[in-house]
Design a protein around this ligand. Sequence first.
Ligand code: 9MR
Length: 398
Amino acid sequence: MTMRRRSVLAAGAAGAAAVLTGGTSAAAATRTPATPDRRRLASAVAGSAWPGGSASLRSLADKVGLRIGSALYPEDISTASHSAIASGQFDVYTPANEMKWEVVEPEQGTFDWTGADNLVNYAKAHGAVVRGHCLCWHSQLPAWLTTDVANGKYTQAQLLDLLEQHIFTEMGRYRGKIWQWDVCNEFLTDTSPSGVDPNNWWIVNAGPEVITKAFQWAHEADPFALLFYNDYNNAGEDGTNAKFRACAALAESLQKNAHIDGIGIQGHLDTQYGWSPEQMREDIESYAAMGLKVAVTEADVRTFVNNSADQVPTDSLAQFAQPFEYQEMLKAALAVPECISFTVWGFTDENSWVPGSFKGEGYACLYDVNLRPKAAYSAFQSDLALAAFGAPQRVAGR
Ligand code: 9MR
């Protein structure tokens, strides 16, 4: 099954290469699709679906039922030049920060839904859907909560009550309007073997049942939303694949004791580290074999740059490695029909989180600091155009 899927994609690529080069080699000729397909492919190459053409990523991805998305910062909605890209290229949006607890409830009992509402309305206005992010995470919690917990104000049971309330309030507000929710985020250790981190803020303060309870409450709060567990290094990024195993074990227990629909693979890559695209595809297939859907949720590929304003790679090879790693992630996603969406964590280097978090690094997005599409964007365009000729249709997302 696996091999068949790969060879279909490879055949599509070979066919395209044959068209581009005139298709003279014997090897290319034997792998070229039958005449009608070849005509369709040739017209895609000649037409707007090819690099330099104008076909949007969302229109190309739509042909195989894949939703292609981006995390959005408020300026991506409010600035015309950003919004043209957000709405033109992507059809699933994740609020980079606007649905996090510290933003929606800055003071206990005082809510600010401005950013979250803006994003949900923006998605509706542009024929897109929303990935809600994220309900239960150790980071970006409101200061009133972390201070009160540090001062011993709440028992474990009271803290669980607060989380339950938070989940029902936020999911209730957007009930029926969110396609996928990241319910729990980043609970697993970066060790081998990996497992739920006993030192995680939630595990320490609310107890080990917190993950199961969060998923139970989330399913009750919005039975229409697809519920995801989201993490990094859970699909081929760490050499041992230990976090994948821990993630699969956690999902299995949630399938038994609560409700989970899918696994979010963040996909934050860095060209200085090794990474296995084959392992990523196999891991996605394994999640799918468990009956789970998969979403690539926060893809970006960073590298060392001259400075954070211009973000020009310092190693000329990085200009090839960066788009290549993006492409390999996209191909792994396209190979498995249970992978229903592919989201990048911001589309432009101009407001990417990378330079602020990784000293000396940047160039992580599909567009540069001046909103010009980079090689990775063109690679996505051509891979998605080719996918229409070989990648399997996505399974239906609810
Ligand atoms: O993009 C977000 C950035 O603006 C925040 O400063 C940062 C704080 O941790 O969170 C970023 O988003 C994170 C996401 O919510 C979870 N996975 C890692 C992302 C990058 O840090």
